[in-house]
Design a protein. Sequence first.
Length: 266
Amino acid sequence: MNKLKTGEFYGTHYQKTAFENLIITDTEYTHSKVDWHYHENPYFTYLLQGKLFESNKKESYYLEPGNLLFHNWQDAHYNRKPPEFTRGFHIELNEDWFSNFDIQITDFEGSINLKNPIIKNLMNKVFIESKINDQYSNISIEAFLIDIFSTIKEHKEKYYKNPTWVKKLQELLVEEQIDYSLKNLSSILDIHPIHLSREFKRYFGTSLGNYIRLLKLNKAFYLITSNKFSMTEICYQCGFYDQSHFITNFKQIYNTTPTKLLKKIC
């Protein structure tokens, strides 16, 4: 079985940036088939464009833009790619990185399909910093990654203790064709709207309104990176009322407008 060493990924790298104890690559997937292999270090894969099928010994994933995976080291897997342009963003971290921040890599075994919009929002910020790549980017990226691992661990520890309505709501919120109103969600879950509003942050780490906002903005982010759609198209695909509402929400999270971001990262 092939072992990929530090910084090695199949495909063509648009950008490969080495920070302290981590390597970030922006890669076009060029292989239609990649047989069983594993990587020397743990890493994240964030699919920005196209589609990818990935399978390990326990699970299989049909990845689309916006999907985010974390792989522990030596987790063997293989890939299949349809004949279309596919682009992925990778962050590879070595053993010293985890040691420096007292993060136990054994807490994150195997492959993890990360759906939490808070985690994806942090990953978007890592992507932006990798494009800025100035003297402050390394410390910013490290801070975002520490938050990501903390959120993963916290979610993992809470998941099996969560009430049934929390698990059902997690599934509901990732569906795009749904009325996100408090009234509708509480009706589906058969709980009181006040209880849902009050308890949401306890289990999801933020308010219901902000959680939904992040879901929409995460989708907007990968649509922007594809550079295929106008800002008007992105605005309506992501469920914003108008461009003004879209830009205001986007700027609130990323401290820049969608147009300025596009110029910076593409």
